[in-house]
Design a protein around this ligand. Sequence first.
Ligand SMILES: NC(=O)c1ccc[n+]([C@@H]2O[C@H](COP(=O)([O-])OP(=O)(O)OC[C@H]3O[C@@H](n4cnc5c(N)ncnc54)[C@H](OP(=O)(O)O)[C@@H]3O)[C@@H](O)[C@H]2O)c1
Length: 313
Amino acid sequence: MDVSALGFGAWGIGGTMWIGARDDDSLKALHRAIDQGVNFIDTALVYGEGRSERLVGEVVRARREPVGVATKVPPKNLDWPAKKGVPVAKVFTADHITRSCDKSLKNLGMERVDLLQLHVWRDEWLEEDGWREAFLGLKKAGKARFLGISVNDHEPASALKAVASGLFDTVQVIFNIFDPTPAAELLPLCRTHDVGVLARVPLDEGGLTGTITPETAFPKGDWRNDYFAGDRKRQVFERTEALKKLLGSEAKTLPELALRFCLSDDAVTTVIPGMRRTTTVDANVAAADGRRLSPKLLAELAKHAWPRNFYPA
Ligand SMILES: NC(=O)c1ccc[n+]([C@@H]2O[C@H](COP(=O)([O-])OP(=O)(O)OC[C@H]3O[C@@H](n4cnc5c(N)ncnc54)[C@H](OP(=O)(O)O)[C@@H]3O)[C@@H](O)[C@H]2O)c1
């Protein structure tokens, strides 16, 4: 697939964990992105329990341009991230994989999805049976063009064997200024094995947009109340104030800096920021203009890596 450097992350438009998404805004944002050459959208069956897929399907079916759609099979036990020691039989059974794929296709209103990803992954599962034939068989059945995995939060090393196995076409991984760890092993391995990379959470769930201050309030019920709980908004604010000192001719805003950071690694196929508004679409399209950050700036950014895991366990 010839995929645009900027992809559309469609978790937020599902609207259940990210409170405040309005379908008319989401539809406008999706159309605006495609108008400007974005040709790849990442959604999942669980995003708004099908709402994100339905919106994506509505837009893609209405357009003449080819737009690639990626979606995901949720873990049967609905447990993110996949825990060590939990057998694949509890997470991805053949029946669950097939039924989830069929539900996604129904939501999307499509006969085939371009990329189907397992929404969690552990390398131990490569040695276990029960999932492989069903998942790989979806290609032969014509229901999925390509197959991939989504790597556990901040654990890029948990998918190295998967990449080397040759079974998967893509990996989706957290890769951003705060967590550049995939660049050490996972991304070079993807380059070697010609595995596509979707850089997810490029803006640290909003942390790298530079808009979060100690006073920021998220809507009631929004999951970011947990992600940025306690003292974390202040910590993020201090980190982003320091990063702002690096803005200049190579990137004028933090989102621009953050997206260009991802796209400066040639292993990254597409970066998929979450977008619910046309204004963020416009800004991000402009940031993904092919310009890479200089080695000097990348070396400076390396000093801003921040190992931590804010996701609820
Ligand atoms: N386990 C998994 O497989 C997994 C987990 C997480 C995410 N993902 C995928 O990765 C995608 C991206 O991650 P994410 O959406 O969680 O987080 P993200 O992209 O790091 O951040 C999204 C946030 O950044 C804001 N934003 C985007 N562009 C902006 C700009 N130019 N200026 C200011 N704010 C901007 C968005 O605002 P608005 O919403 O207001 O536009 C939203 O609040 C998801 O949508 C999903 O497709 C996959």
